[in-house]
Design a protein around this ligand. Structure first.
Ligand code: TIU
Length: 232
C-alpha cells in the first residue's frame, strides 16, 4: 500500500489497482489558437500544470501504475456535437471551424491532440470523449473494470470543467479519486482554488486533494523503482 498525505485525510492506494487519469491535456486547451482561446480565455495559466504532471506521469510509468489519457472532441462530421454546445460562447469561431491548429475540437486535428510533455506511449489507452465528463459516452468505465482499477489519481485541464465533471462521475461509480492540485489547471485562479476546495470539503465529498510532491513521496516509499524517474 502507498500512503499519500492529502486532504481531507491520507489517501491510501495499491499501485496495482490504481490508474493515473490524464484529462484533456490537448493543444486546444493549453495553447493559444485553440478551443480554449476561442471561448475568450487566456490559455497561459494551464501551462503551469505540465511540468508537475509530466513528473507524475513518468513516475507512474516507472512504478507500473496503469495510465489512461482522455481527449475532448467530436467526429469530423460533427454528428455527435449537440447544437447547444456548438452555439455556446458565441465565439467568432466555434467547434468544427478552422483555426490555426486545424478544426476546433475535432478528432484527428493538430489542436485536438495531446501536448508533447505528457504524450501517451504504447500501452496507454486514449479515451476520446464528446463531453466534459470522461465517463459519458465512452468506454472508460469498462476499461477500468477490466483492469480491476478501484482508485484514480487525476491530472488534467481544466480543473472546474472536465476534471471536476470526471471526478464527480468517478465518485458516483464507486472510484476513489485523488486530484493533484499542481497537476490540474484552470483559466481562472479563483475557480482553481474553489474547485479543489469543493472536492475535499465535507469529509471528501467527491474525493481527495494532494499535490505532486506529496504524491511522489508516497509512491516512492511504496515502489522504490518510481524514484529515479521522478527525479529526471
Ligand atoms: N472551457 C473549459 O474550461 N474546459 C473545457 O471546455 N473542457 C475541458 O475542461 N477539458
Amino acid at each position: 500500500m502507498a500512503r499519500v498525505e492529502a486532504e481531507p485525510y491520507e489517501f491510501e492506494f495499491d499501485p496495482a489497482t490504481t490508474a493515473l487519469l490524464m484529462i484533456d491535456f490537448q493543444r486546444d486547451f493549453v495553447y493559444p489558437g485553440g478551443f480554449g482561446e476561442a471561448l475568450g480565455n487566456d490559455t497561459s495559466p494551464l501551462l503551469k500544470a505540465l511540468p508537475p504532471a509530466g513528473k507524475v506521469l513518468k513516475a507512474c510509468r516507472a512504478a507500473g501504475v496503469f495510465v489512461i489519457h482522455t481527449r475532448e472532441g467530436h467526429r469530423a462530421d460533427l454528428s455527435d456535437l449537440p447544437p447547444a454546445k456548438k452555439a455556446r460562447g458565441r465565439g467568432k469561431i466555434t467547434i468544427g471551424d478552422v483555426g490555426p491548429m486545424g478544426r476546433l475540437l475535432v478528432r484527428g486535428e493538430v489542436g485536438h491532440d495531446i501536448v508533447e510533455e505528457v504524450y501517451p506511449i504504447a500501452g496507454e489507452p486514449i479515451v476520446d470523449k464528446p463531453g466534459k465528463g470522461a465517463f459519458y459516452a465512452t468506454d472508460l468505465d469498462a476499461i477500468l473494470k477490466m483492469k480491476g482499477i478501484q482508485k484514480l489519481v487525476v491530472c488534467g485541464v481544466t480543473t472546474e470543467v472536465c476534471v471536476h465533471t470526471s471526478v464527480r462521475e468517478a465518485n458516483d461509480r464507486g472510484y476513489d479519486a485523488l486530484v493533484l492540485s499542481d497537476c490540474v489547471g484552470s483559466y481562472f485562479p479563483e475557480f482553481q482554488r474553489v474547485a479543489l476546495e469543493m472536492i475535499k470539503a465535507q469529509g471528501g465529498i467527491f474525493g481527495w486533494v494532494s499535490d505532486s510532491e506529496r504524491f511522489l513521496a508516497g509512491l516512492r516509499s511504496a515502489v522504490p523503482s518510481a524514484a529515479g524517474a521522478a527525479a529526471g
